[in-house]
Design a protein around this ligand. Sequence first.
Ligand code: 6GU
Length: 238
Amino acid sequence: MSFRALVLTLFPEMFPGPLGHSLAGRALARGDWSLDAIDIRGFATDKHRSVDDTPFGGGPGMVMRADVVDAAVQTALARGPDLPLIVFTPRGGLLTQRRVRALAEGPGAILLCGRYEGIDERAIAHRRMEELSIGDYVLSGGEPAAMVLLDACVRLLPGVMGAAESGVEESFASGLLEYPHYTRPAVWQGMAVPEVLAGGNHAAIAAWRRAEAERITRDRRPDLWTAYRALAEAAPTA
Ligand code: 6GU
């Protein structure tokens, strides 16, 4: 069984979008995963097909109606009763490589994309949805976040990454950011490729890359560096 993505959105035409290209697009064409975008507006019941309304308590913007959203969720759950249900919101927990890995090992996901100021809280509570964010900034809707999650999951599916890519030590998997990469020309804009990389000393190359990864992580991401150091202290060979 391949990975199934059911996306609930007011903008189904946004999909597959970037996911139809490159690695994810080729995997989609092969059937390594499937994507169905379900139009939430199709579940509106009034003659104006309204999906949102003004917030109780006042304030700016519109709120997506619980009854309309839940009708869409119910349809998705009928199609994939075993799929985890995720809603994208800037107030969700941060999406991590650990969560991506767990999702990629599972049957897929139902991904609910919010728009306007948000979704009626009862729709989220009723289904005990997992709330996820992709970072500390505000998007106009959850669709790009759903694409981010799917891109991150799909590249981990069996057979999707080539041998070359799958062997690569990944940022966040190792706990360190990646070391710098170089290819030809050997000198460009007066800048030479680090000498060690041109020699054939594989141990020296590995040591240089490790040192660079550590330097970059320490300088740019003190939070990751602290976590990495704590882990190294607990298991010194890691
Ligand atoms: Cl998941 N949604 C929205 N609207 N904004 C975000 C986000 C999600 N993650 C970060 N910003």
